[in-house]
Design a protein around this ligand. Sequence first.
Ligand code: FEO
Ligand code: CA
Ligand code: CA
Ligand code: CA
Length: 645
Amino acid sequence: MAKDFSAMEDSNRSANPSIHSVSDPARRIWVHGGLAGLAGGVLAPLLGPLLGGCAAGPAAGPGAARPLLGFKAIPTATSDAVVVPEGYVAQPLAPWGEPVGVPGNMPAWRADATNSAAEQAVQMGMHHDGIHFYPINGSSTRGLLAMNHEYVDDGLLHPGGLADWSAEKVAKSQAAHGVAVIEVELQRGAWQMVRPSPFARRITARTPFALQGPAAGHALMRTAADPAGRTVLGTLNNCASGKTPWGTYLSGEENFAFYFGGVEQPDAHQARWGLRKTAFFNWPAFDERFDASRHPNEYNRFGWVVEIDPMDPTSMPVKRTALGRAAHEGAWVGVTKDQRAVVYSGEDSRFEYIYKFVSRDAIAPAGGGLTQAQANRELLDHGTLYVARFDTDGSGRWLPLVHGQGPLTAANGFADQGEVLVKTRQASDLLGATKMDRPEWIAIDQNAREIYCTLTNNSERGAPGKPGVDAANPRANNVMGQIIRWKEDADFSGTTMHWDHLVLAGDPANTRPEAKGNIKGDIFACPDGLYVDARGVLWIETDMHASQMYKGELARIGNNQMLACDRATGEVRRFLTGPTNCEITGATQTPDGTTMFINIQHPGENASDRSDPADPAKFSKWPTGTRPRSATVAIRRVDGGVIGS
Ligand code: FEO
Ligand code: CA
Ligand code: CA
Ligand code: CA
């Protein structure tokens, strides 16, 4: 999410940090070394397997003879356009408001925003974010796209914007949230939505979800409308996404706190989760379940990782409580040698944590009349959740969030595992986990067994009364962000690791110490989206809107962008720049690597809040020359080759 909902992002007042706080300048220089210093660093032995990992996948095909980064870098830009390198084309697809293709119900988008809530519920939502391609029968020219619609710009969503707030506007806002599943096909060189499609589906803030795992049915999860605590309506603020090896879609419920309000004096639990008197999205006024003074437990039913089977439009989506409650950016799956699933996640708030969940059982194959997704319907309900501690010496530990272990006892306010999971933040505070600089996306190199996480920025780091720098979060007033990476000492399921920074973002020529980076190649700031492709390229997407960087620094970097990183050399090369006031997010490819889909989120962000509400397109008209619309972009090479090679 780009908007700087700053007050929400630093609710961590716990005093747990200190063992790894660092003021040793020598150590910090080592930490700052990035990949350039890797030969002498603790990760040096990992380079071999890393390079081995790069040889997997489509590199054995048409791209094999080409260098890892085979495209010509593009310059920074401030244009209201998507720009890609020479020899590439970028095609907008499925913008906000396009009908998704539900048979018999395909209302056209109207540029004056007069579509009703009911129409919006079968159209693409707003603010496209995480995205994955699900091939149909292995095809690279036909498949499904599942994607998140993180939040909305109510100023653009409704005629008259926020004026005359009403139940209909709340309903339309809720209908523009959630997830979309669409069918797409490559026809004569261009991707098209297939409509109608039996797969087309919208999941919104009102769609029924099953609650599963240890917190399902817990007293903290029961409400008047759902006394069993096992069914909840809707998903919210779906940010990043992961694709499971068994074919489902994982989506993180990120800043759910923005939707709730009504409590004059939040209690300690509510305060720890950022509940405020007034909701940022004014839903409580017309939908009382978001009024936490009347329905306090509804709040506990958001902040979960949700799992959706895109191939089965009749399947009920599920909130997986075993993975913990957090302002989840997203969730990403690695596989252990004995075929268990390990789900990494983090929460994008200032001073919050990074988690992993290790499944108890191995991933089941398809069979007995069940698809693989169906055969693994309970896989993520049983296992162990951990929170990360990054120590000063470059080692790290995964601390179990297990009731009865360590301080997680009834005496400390945790009656059972369900309560540990609803109060994952408080449990992590007690365990002494490391308070991070807003963990955003995670990318996993399954072959190299390395994990990367963007720490996008944290201008509160080192501020009076706030946590100071530590080894993993080494810059006070961190306006530029960094990418941390770690490798488990044993398998993905291990409890110890070693970590390093891949890069500190920011211009190396910047003379302001807290904003100076160590990028080798094209400059960027505030890494957010991350994706390791099958050739081993690490794709980095940026979102600078919530950063407090100086105007001059912003001007040098230009619009948000996507870059490719060769992890072996550390080189970063700019591949794409986005339109005015957008962020770049989401990345997925067809199996043959010849199409990459990304999302452009909130072009013209805040345009509707600015001086001329009569012209909401003033700050961006991308992509249709109308009021701005978030959209997917399909990127291909003119010669049909593998992206990036
Ligand atoms: Fe939704 Fe943290 O970006
Ligand atoms: Ca962001
Ligand atoms: Ca993000
Ligand atoms: Ca976002």
